[in-house]
Design a protein around this ligand. Structure first.
Ligand SMILES: [Mn+2]
Length: 400
């Protein structure tokens, strides 16, 4: 029933797109594996319609960038694996000027502009955390555009590897379809893309590195290409080089933290990596914090872990941001996670949401979250988070 509603809406959007007959389109996309798969599907599908796609990778939605992108009119803009959570803001800046199509699985905000179409399945009763990925959404759109795009089904599944529960909901249907059509086949416990002889999860992990670590050195484009053409020897070498660069930075930061220890407030332990990850995408700070959560000789098991990293002002393919930003990543040590589940402790994303009210927008979930804030707000963020935890008294009660 609800999948039918999606199809109806998608058909309407496809009709609109075909009537417009644009020569080119912009694809704004996220930097992780799902974002790259989403882009590859959309890019190929548009090319097949004779539309020339230009891709533009964003780690985060910056108001300044959206405002600039939508300042012109008559464009065709896609947002893939990104955008739903900002559909309200996108609508505001678009204001009827451009046909804007969002294909995403993050929590949607209402799109108020009738020219902004958010085809997120969450609007049709499915769950973006488990039932479909950004790439799944792009794939079903591509399939509606043209049945030949069914050969791209494997990319919906590669992108969906970010869902730890496996292929459920809509993804299960896509999986069955791709097997039936001879695009993928079972191989051991996983599945293999027949034309590349590469496992879905193997391609996924490599794309994660290309997009996130390689963000400032053309990694996303290389990744999108690998999605469509397979992994070349050069691409494999690039992945290894990026992985080594990150490991080296992790090793240096870990050494520094053992020496200096983390700074502490009553409920938070934190550090500032500054420019130690220069040249790499800012996602690496979150991955480091996750790793840190298991370093029991270094961290306290009963305090939130927070790490800062400087955000380079240059956005590849766009220009320089006016303001200087830092990213803060939060992780929850294992022992505290059940307290959050029991509602006795504020979850990571809620904590950051409240602590950055008025100057940042937090992303993430209960145990892992991040926020980008102006450099000058670093101390305020820590103070606000601490105040929040103290005021709620949640933490104290939780340990009684
Ligand atoms: Mn995604």
């Amino acid at each position: 029933m609800q999948l039918q509603d999606f199809e109806k809406k998608t058909n309407q959007v496809v009709t609109e797109l075909k009537a417009k007959k644009p020569k080119e389109a912009i694809i704004v996309h996220h930097d992780d594996a799902d974002g790259l798969c989403s882009t590859a599907i959309t890019k190929r599908a548009l090319e097949r319609e004779g539309i020339k796609p230009k891709t533009f990778c964003l780690e985060k939605v910056y108001t300044e960038v959206i405002e600039d992108l939508h300042s012109k009119s008559g464009q065709t803009i896609f947002y893939v694996d990104i955008g739903s959570s900002h559909a309200d803001m996108i609508s505001e800046y678009n204001n009827g000027k451009n046909l804007t199509i969002i294909l995403d699985h993050h929590d949607p905000k209402p799109a108020k502009d009738p020219q902004v179409f958010d085809l997120n399945f969450e609007n049709y009763g499915f769950k973006g955390e488990t039932d479909f990925s950004g790439a799944t959404c792009c794939y079903l759109f591509a399939k509606t555009l043209n049945k030949t795009n069914m050969d791209l089904g494997y990319l919906a599944l590669v992108g969906s590897c970010e869902i730890p529960e496996g292929f459920m909901g809509i993804n299960k249907l896509v999986l069955e379809e791709a097997c039936k059509n001879g695009i993928i086949q079972q191989k051991g416990k996983g599945y293999e893309i027949i034309k590349f002889k590469t496992r879905l999860d193997a391609l996924f992990s490599k794309l994660q590195i290309l997009g996130a670590v390689g963000y400032y050195e053309g990694g996303p484009e290389i990744g999108v290409n690998a999605c469509l053409e397979g992994l070349s020897k050069e691409t494999e070498e690039k992945v290894n080089a990026l992985e080594n660069k990150r490991k080296e930075a992790n090793r240096r930061l870990l050494g520094r933290l053992y020496l200096e220890r983390l700074k502490e407030t009553e409920h938070i332990q934190w550090f500032d990596a500054g420019d130690m990850y220069a040249g790499m995408g800012t996602k690496v700070i979150g991955q480091f914090c996750s790793f840190l959560a298991y370093q029991t000789r270094l961290i306290k098991p009963n305090k939130f872990i927070l790490g800062f990293v400087n955000v380079p002002s240059e956005i590849p393919g766009w220009g320089k941001l006016k303001e200087k930003f830092v990213k803060a990543s939060v992780r929850v040590p294992k022992t505290m996670q059940s307290l959050i589940d029991d509602g006795k402790l504020l979850g990571a994303v809620n904590l950051l949401d409240k602590a950055s009210e008025g100057f940042g927008v937090a992303d993430g979930h209960r145990y892992a979250a991040s926020v980008i804030v102006p450099v000058a707000k670093k101390q305020t963020l820590i103070e606000n988070a601490e105040k929040q935890l103290k005021a709620d008294g949640i933490h104290e009660r939780a340990y009684l």
